[in-house]
Write a protein that binds this ligand. Sequence first.
Ligand code: NAP
Ligand code: MG
Length: 487
Amino acid sequence: MQRFEEIPFPKQLFIDGQFVDSAGGETFPVVYPASGEEICRVPLARDEDVDRAVRAARRVVDDGRWARLNPHDRERLLHRIADLIETHAEALAFLETYDTGKPLRETKMVDIPLTIQCFRYYAGWPSKIKGDTIPVRGQFLTYTLREPVGVVGQIVPWNFPLYMAAIKVAPALATGNAVVLKPAEETPLSALYLARLMAEAGVPEGVFNVVTGDGETTGAALVRHPDVDKIAFTGSTSVGQQIMRQAASHIKRVSLELGGKSPHIVFADADLSAAVKGIVSGIFYNQGEVCLAGSRIFVQKPVYEEVLERLRDAARNMKIGDPFAEETTFGSLISEEHRQRVERYVGVGVEEGAEVVEGGRIPPNCPKGYFYEPTILVGGHNRMTVAQEEIFGPVAFVLPFDTVEDVIGLANDTKYGLAAGLWTKNVSLAHNVARALKAGTVWINAYNLLDAAAPFGGYKMSGFGRELGEEALDLYTECKTVWTSLR
Ligand code: NAP
Ligand code: MG
């Protein structure tokens, strides 16, 4: 096992190509959630530090060198970043597990490989981003150009720290923007490691900057900075609303990936063992700390009891404990505060009439850290708090349904619209329901799949803008129309 002290990651802000302390010298603690112990401290960036980072980014945007870099050179640079992440994959996986408390097997098999794939995918784009010639009336040659937005502030959450950063950083750099990244206060370490790799890859100074600190201090400073052209945010809907309000004063571009309360539907004809596996990973993967989590599980009445029994078995059989142990499939929640929030929600569920049929406790074998058992609630209806509010933890709410029309109504009866899943062998039913669901992603006989090439994002209060895929290029480019008289 790689010891924390041996992982060669920087513990300073990354501004204008240099690792530096914060101007005021303040720091904050980073905690290993599976033990609750402080493992290091990193700088707290305040307005002055954020301003330095934004000015460095502005400089490199305004002098045009970065935006006009030959697309093939930009591609090589992005591939070099991907190569370096690959070379450092093991250290990054360990670091991510120390920072989040999630199982090492997942950071190794999911977080880091998805990050590499994301940089590789966007490495292919610079030579393919192009405008159009427009058939206008009159004698004109009219064409469009795709230009970078400029200085982009990116704010990401703690659940997949490096991957959430990659989803934003890779397309922003591929399109010639300069970035100031703010990782979550709970998980700043992999972003700093990425900064080190950026420098090693030869990314020009000022193009990529990392400021660490909490949302109210560092994040808010980035959002209100007048020289930031765009904020790309992933996090809770309430913070997304604040960001949108603040961005209004400068008409900053905003893209928002927010919360979810995704429906996961099992029809009676489904392959039940596959469906149960999908549901379990849909709600318990990453301790349920997933924006896409299939937290409302609707099971058609004829198979309800059987599916519930199998779900209970699967929840009981999850291996909770030491995130570094090979067999562990379920790690720690991110913080004590978050664990208490999850506990509170389970309490409210019970008060409103639900029954805890599995979990609902701190696991007895994990007295230290912020663990919480995979939990299943039943009994009640879709208007209950636990069916409407995002818990962002390992809490499944299982409800029976009768007809296709009923379940479509129930599934869409939410303010969110991030994702949905459904299980059936009936092809036309599957596609009809997929169309009827108001969600940015629908999985049929699958769940939780992401690919750098497949766009991803929310309907309704789950946000707007699509990340990943070709769609993300729109988030990071302005379209300029050029008219030329041919007379
Ligand atoms: P959060 O509290 O909204 O925080 C997200 C990020 O925003 C963090 O870096 C946070 O900083 C920062 N922040 C907080 N207040 C801010 C402010 N006033 N101004 C600027 N930045 C601010 O969310 P979280 O608890 O970390 O993450 C869980 C939420 O993220 C869930 O709702 C989940 O659904 C959502 N999420 C969505 C997606 C998606 O793609 N749709 C993916 C993952 C997670 P600090 O944490 O350092 O204070
Ligand atoms: Mg941490």
